[in-house]
Design a protein around this ligand. Structure first.
Ligand code: BGC
Length: 418
């Protein structure tokens, strides 16, 4: 065969190969806010699995814990008529995107993969718009955790607290010993995270539901709320000057390095300990935040999918949706992320002790009425109400207004936002 003929045959083959790979694979552009060490490791699992199926992952990461920055970017992309293929969106907001008529219907994937049987009904309902799946859940995070450095506690001669009174005693000892008692991230969503933990602790689950799920004005301005606000402000004396604006993962790093004794944060913080090679029980302690041992403030991450014209993108999008509830992904992702699988009946062998305790607490709290949705993490109320609560709480924490005035303001601002 002449070398010219051989070369052109080769080119035809290459061209054919390129067309056919294009035909099997499509591209998904995925908007998310998983940018910390532990988070990036977790999201890479999904990317790799999808790429193994011949699809392309275009990463659209928007830094900023809690996702507020990501949601702003998503809205502007959608308004410009150019949303990504998939986006990390949670809770009641899914309904708002459904109202816009821009979401892809995932019922065929859901039917093939039997999502109705694999998911707790409360979770499945949140993923549906007018009875059809438009989102796929990834995990279950528990919010009400305390992450502690046992070495710092030991050096300070302090006990791990299970009540807020004990917390104060421990924090004073830790401060006297020259450590920062609490690693605080001074951003509105982080302050709202600690606030809701304390509301759950002070008022119990029924009060939490009244105040932060039903947004009932009487509960919002009640003496119990005042007590919760006072307790939240009490912590301030035990934080450091670097707190304002600090990212949550930098706060976790302070506990990992032994500069600070504790952090109150959801279990994505465990992802940071894991990524740093730290072992629970040995290098760090994970326990329920004071006063919340029987409660489970839940936060379920999920992806919504936007309607696509391109057949390849549609295929890639469905492949991504299908992968998320597979046992392999549910295990590897959640082990890295610090969360527990959202898929029911998963084998437990790969999970560490805090994850196992979280799994047990999830079912126990569901049975006792102590499983409540996180307000700070978009599970409980629509964004306008969440925004109003967060504004009041952050202003209160960072100013001199009284707890009483803040509680009244909570009630009035929330009413105005409804
Ligand atoms: C998300 C987590 C994330 C955390 C910090 C939460 O709202 O649900 O997946 O790790 O924010 O960014």
């Amino acid at each position: 065969m002449g070398s010219k003929l051989f070369k052109s045959l080769l080119m035809v083959l290459v061209a054919f190969f390129m067309v056919s790979t294009h035909a099997i694979g499509g591209e998904v552009e995925v908007l998310h806010w998983w940018t910390s060490g532990g988070e990036a490791k977790s999201v890479a699992v999904l990317k790799d699995l999808l790429e193994k199926q011949g699809h392309t992952w275009k990463d659209f990461a928007v830094a900023g814990g809690g996702g507020d920055a990501a949601m702003t970017v998503l809205k502007s992309r959608a308004v410009a008529g150019n949303p990504p293929t998939a986006a990390q969106v949670k809770g009641p907001q899914i309904q708002l995107w459904g109202d816009e008529g821009v979401l892809a219907n995932l019922d065929d994937v859901a039917r093939a993969e039997k999502w109705d049987a694999l998911l707790p009904k409360v979770v499945a309902d949140v993923m549906k718009y007018e009875g059809s799946y438009v989102a796929v859940p990834v995990n279950v995070h528990r919010i009400n955790w305390m992450w502690a450095n046992p070495e710092v506690f030991r050096k300070a001669g302090a006990e791990l607290p299970t009540t807020w009174e004990q917390f104060e005693v421990a924090a004073q000892k830790i401060q006297k010993a020259g450590f920062i008692p609490v690693a605080w991230g001074g951003q509105p969503w982080q302050e709202a995270t600690v606030f809701e933990i304390i509301v759950a602790a002070m008022g119990g689950s029924d009060f939490y539901r009244k105040a932060l799920v039903e947004a009932d004005p009487e509960a919002l301005k009640s003496p119990t709320m005042v007590k919760a606000l006072v307790t939240m402000k009490m912590i301030k004396a035990y934080t450091d000057k670097g707190a304002p604006g600090r990212d949550w993962n930098l706060a976790t790093a302070m506990v990992i390095k032994g500069e600070a004794a504790m952090q109150f944060m959801g279990d994505w913080a465990k992802g940071e300990f894991t990524a740093a090679g730290k072992k629970p029980g040995r290098d760090y302690i994970a326990m329920p935040a004071p006063g919340t041992s029987g409660q489970f403030l839940f936060n379920v991450d999920s992806f919504i999918m936007f309607k696509q014209k391109d057949a390849g993108a549609q295929k890639a999008q469905k492949a991504m949706a299908g992968l998320i509830l597979q046992p392999e992904f549910q295990t590897v992702f959640n082990v890295n992320k610090g969360s527990i699988p959202v898929r029911l009946g998963m084998p437990r062998a790969s999970f560490d002790d805090p994850a196992l305790r979280s799994m047990n607490a999830f079912s126990a709290s569901a049975a006792s009425g102590d499983l409540v949705p996180s307000m700070a993490h978009e599970m409980a109320v629509f964004p306008a109400v969440r925004g109003a609560i967060m504004d009041v709480v952050t202003n209160y924490y960072n100013s001199d207004i009284s707890a009483q005035a803040a509680a009244s303001k909570l009630a009035s601002e929330v009413e105005a936002a409804k």
